[in-house]
Design a protein. Structure first.
Lengths: 148, 174
């Protein structure tokens, strides 16, 4: 029982944390971010199972996390009103070649970061972009102008 | 103006109508998450030790141990007896909550006798001359399922005579 409750609490904490730290932080994996991710996983594991090395313990924890993950995604699918809370909403960051600064500021994205992302998608200039949308996953999708 | 991509609502996703408060909800939750380590700095979740003392004309008993612990932690309890007068047969009696849900890794120096006094742990330390000290070290580890509040007490006896008692409240966090 203890392990299941621990899994529930830590799942909820990590879920809330990933929703509040900002999606860009989670989508861009720089080497430092990768190390942080490993450290985070290790810290959670210690609090989750502590000194329980049993297969039963692992089954309880993995099973509980699987149930919570499916329940979250089912809720998001079945209850549209919960979707913005569980998954977030996209944000338009460029319109007609012009960055929307207040939206970029809100998500802590600099114009340099935006143009870097743009170059990764083989777009040379913001003038070519009709729409850029920060998706709920943290990636930025670019839609080019029809004439470019 | 070009048509926005499908499923993009310009009012909601560009002008952020109805989403102004989202950023404050996010910041508040982040502040809440940051509050945990800040409170930890102030020893709210342990395990900084503190000294509790009981002093009588015959002796002073000091217990130096953390009163806030977390599951799995290794910690030390230090029992310092200062004899102001000769103690012929010092006996330290620890309430059962010292041992309940804890691993006792070591007791140094080893008592000359260990016994149970109605569920309490009784350690016979022997003779302590006047104006001398005796320090007993105990190393513990918290059982991860041992969560909650409890009271613990430590008493010093000279044979059958109780000299001093230290009471502490302990909180164990999951």
């Amino acid at each position: 029982m203890d392990l299941a409750i621990r899994a529930l609490i830590l799942y909820a904490f990590v879920f809330v944390l990933t929703r509040v730290v900002g999606r860009r932080e989670l989508s861009s994996l720089q080497p430092f971010d990768l190390i942080l991710l490993i450290v985070l996983g290790d810290s959670i594991q210690q609090g989750l199972t502590q000194d329980d090395y049993s297969v039963t313990g692992a089954l309880i924890v993995v099973g509980m996390i699987a149930i919570l993950q499916v329940a979250t995604s089912y809720l998001s699918f079945r209850v549209p009103r919960l979707r913005p809370i569980l998954d977030g909403l996209p944000i338009v960051v460029v319109e007609d070649g012009k960055p929307i600064r207040k939206n970029l500021h809100r998500e802590r994205i600099s114009v340099e970061e935006l143009t870097e992302e743009m170059r990764l998608q083989q777009i040379a200039s913001l003038d070519e972009v009709q729409w850029a949308v920060l998706e709920t996953s943290g990636s930025i999708s670019f839609i080019k102008k029809n004439d470019s | 103006m070009a048509e926005p991509p499908d499923a993009i609502d310009l009012g909601r996703d560009r002008d952020l109508q109805g989403r102004r408060k989202d950023v404050w909800v996010r910041r508040s939750l982040l502040a809440l998450a940051a509050l945990v380590p800040i409170l930890a700095l102030f020893n709210l979740f342990g395990q900084r030790p503190a000294t509790s003392k009981a002093s009588v004309p015959a002796a002073t008993l000091s217990v130096y141990a953390p009163t806030r612990l977390r599951g799995g932690l290794l910690w030390e309890g230090r029992f310092h007896i200062t004899a102001h007068q000769e103690i012929k047969n010092a006996i330290l009696v620890l309430s059962s909550s010292w041992a309940e849900g804890m691993s006792i890794n070591t007791i140094e120096p080893g008592p000359s006798n260990e016994a149970s006094d109605n569920g309490k742990l009784e350690f016979t330390l022997g003779h302590i001359p006047a104006n001398r000290s005796f320090i007993l070290y105990m190393q513990f580890q918290v059982n991860p399922t041992n969560v909650g509040h409890r009271s613990r007490s430590t008493s010093l006896f000279d044979g059958e005579t109780k000299l001093a008692t230290v009471h502490q409240k302990v909180t164990i966090f999951p």
